[in-house]
Design a protein around this ligand. Structure first.
Ligand SMILES: Nc1ncnc2c1ncn2[C@@H]1O[C@H](COP(=O)(O)OP(=O)(O)O)[C@@H](O)[C@H]1O
Ligand SMILES: [Mg+2]
Length: 344
């Protein structure tokens, strides 16, 4: 007797897992990802590098328009798929810079109309959280989301990601990027500041501003720049800046962990590639008998895969949007988004 091991019946009973194409364009990166709720099939990104200063929204948007066609084609090629194989088009509608967001939204609407695909709205911050859960395998972590544009401590409570601390002025990544730019270290600033910090010897006093569960970094930035002008060693200033800023963050994260009683802690967003911050969070988590693991570095910065993956989760829970409703939302907060894929 021979057994037929090519079980086509087995295939049919596999849970439904739609292929979703996701578009990221909220700030400096234009990315296209292709994913299902269980795997990333492609992730292609192109990042705009300002010649001088910070991100200029119009110039970044021009970059996105220029690279969009190539990035889209490359993502489909890497996944070995055509648009006909994609079931829905997900797009990050916010938060972010208006001109940049509109490039992604326009491409998404075009693809949705031309190929008759449903459109799926994705919040960029929720996507950073979801890709961290996906890459760590954590089910219900406390999430520390640190990037150039965001500093948020969040976890899932009753249908939404609730905020347990955030910056009241500039984000942590922006503080380190601005400092690096002003002292001529270039972009991205965080790894460059950290590199010098490792050679620092003297801890200088800088403003440590924690207000309840919220944080402020602009006073820290101003004082650090003043200390450089006054002749302090750059390595010492970098060391003091990193120690102060990360300690503020860990203090707030620790209280959030005690309050929520979560057993897992993850770090996501561009600054999740920081080894120094990861070490501090790892120690803090262990003190509370929790496990710490940062997001996979490939998915730390802005990327298309996180939009595709979150889009797949949302689409599988029935979240879609008509083209008419698909306005960009530059100020769309993480805690305004319903998360039906976790509520069930
Ligand atoms: N190797 C690294 N280590 C730590 N931080 C990094 C590293 N590379 C980039 N970053 C930081 O990541 C931030 C950008 O995060 P990202 O999520 O890509 O963008 P955005 O904040 O615009 O969404 C910047 O502040 C940058 O300094
Ligand atoms: Mg981001």
């Amino acid at each position: 007797m021979t057994l037929d091991l090519n079980l086509s019946g087995g295939e049919a009973t596999r849970p439904y897992d739609p292929v979703v194409l996701g578009i990221e364009s909220t700030a400096h990166t234009f990315g296209v990802g292709i994913a299902t709720t269980s795997q990333v099939l492609a992730c292609v990104d192109s990042t705009y590098q300002p010649k001088t200063g910070g991100i200029h929204p119009r110039e970044a948007a021009e970059h996105h328009s220029r690279v969009a066609g190539r990035v889209l084609t490359e993502a489909l090629e890497r996944a070995g798929l055509g648009l006909k194989d994609v079931e829905a088009i997900a797009v990050a509608l916010g938060p972010g810079m208006g001109p940049c967001l509109r490039v992604g939204a326009t491409l998404a609407r075009y693809l949705a109309v031309k190929y008759s695909k449903p459109l799926v709205p994705v919040n960029h911050a929720v996507a950073h959280v979801e890709i961290a859960r996906f890459s760590t395998g954590f089910k219900d972590p406390l999430v520390i989301y640190i990037a150039g544009g965001n500093t948020i401590i969040t976890t899932f409570v009753e249908g939404r990601y609730r905020i347990f601390g955030e910056t009241l002025d500039i984000p942590l990544g922006n503080c380190l990027d601005s400092f690096a730019r002003e002292v001529g270290l270039g972009f991205p600033g965080t790894p460059k500041v950290e590199e010098l910090a490792q050679r620092g010897e003297k801890l200088l006093e800088l403003p440590y501003v924690v207000k309840g569960q919220d944080l402020q970094f602009s006073g820290l930035l101003t004082k650090a720049l003043r200390l450089v002008k006054e002749g302090e060693r750059l390595e010492d200033v970098c060391y003091s800046l990193v120690e102060t800023a990360y300690s503020m963050l860990v203090e707030v994260a620790e209280r959030a962990l005690s309050l929520t009683g979560k057993r897992e802690v993850t770090l996501t967003g561009g600054v999740a590639r920081s080894r120094i911050l990861s070490e501090k969070l790892d120690k803090m988590a262990k003190l509370h008998s929790s496990v710490f693991k940062p997001v996979d570095p490939r998915y730390a910065g802005d990327n298309g895969a996180m939009i595709a993956y979150t889009g797949a989760l949302a689409y599988s829970s029935g979240v879609t949007l008509s083209v008419e409703e698909s306005r960009v939302k530059p100020l769309w907060r993480l805690d305004q988004v319903d998360v039906p894929w976790r509520s069930g």
